[in-house]
Design a protein. Structure first.
Length: 240
């Protein structure tokens, strides 16, 4: 049977949505792996050997400039997959994929993924839907980084991270967040301090605890809702 989430244990939602027959066909090729904080799954220009179906891990897709500066352009959690160029035919990517929250995943070699995708069954449909949802996230992130204040962007990012982490407590340094948001660490320090003073978060020694999610959602820009609604629409999930 496909994995379930009946006990609130993080499982990959794409795999969980497969019919039993298709899932059982994939089982021999799905290798459980543990992903560590800061682990790079692939670098810019590298041929992608494995596709990762995330369970409890969180992975950032990061763009790099020649001067070494970075900005997160996409984020993948347990509702997605890392390595979409494999089934789109590109084989490698212009982004770095880096683990921002440690956790588990199931990886599948690239050739097996392409074989399954080319069958044209449920897996193909789900992967294409996810790709459309991810493109929405990437485009919305571009708009967000250009037009919205840092505090709103930080609130949006923390909400997304909390959704995927299944926890109010997030192991995140301000330096890491500044790299993801493409801004200076000093700016993140100021924005995080304001959220802390408002009683919305607590920050201590590289760990952020979300104390008031409702207030954080009010603080966040519209981009969080836009992306979340599109994921729900495409996968016909219950908005609750």
């Amino acid at each position: 049977m496909p994995p379930s989430n009946s006990n609130s244990v993080p499982v990959n939602q794409l795999l969980a949505s497969l019919p039993q027959e298709e899932y059982q066909r994939l089982v021999p090729y799905l290798e459980p792996v543990s992903l560590s904080l800061g682990q790079v799954l692939y670098e810019v220009g590298e041929t992608i050997e494995y596709v990762y179906f995330l369970d409890g891990a969180l992975v950032s897709l990061v763009s790099l400039l020649e001067d070494g500066s970075t900005t997160e352009v996409g984020i993948v959690g347990n509702d997605g997959v890392v390595g979409i160029p494999v089934f789109l035919g590109g084989h490698f990517t212009t982004n770095r994929a880096i683990v921002q929250m440690a956790g588990t995943a199931k990886r599948m070699d690239a050739d097996s993924v392409k074989t399954e995708f080319n069958r044209g069954e449920t897996m193909q449909r789900l992967l294409l839907l996810y790709t459309q949802a991810l493109l929405t996230q990437v485009s919305q992130t571009a708009i967000c980084n250009r037009h919205h204040p840092l505090e709103e962007r930080l609130a949006r990012w923390l909400l997304t991270a909390q959704d995927y982490a299944f926890s109010n407590s997030l192991q995140l340094t301000q330096e890491f967040i500044s790299n993801m948001l493409g801004t200076r660490r000093s700016g993140v320090t100021v924005a995080a301090s304001r959220l802390q003073q408002a009683g919305i978060i607590r920050y201590n020694r590289g760990r952020i605890t979300i104390l008031n999610r409702e207030a954080l959602a009010t603080m966040a820009c519209e981009c969080y809702g836009v992306v979340k609604r599109e994921f729900h629409r495409l996968f016909d999930l219950d908005l609750g």
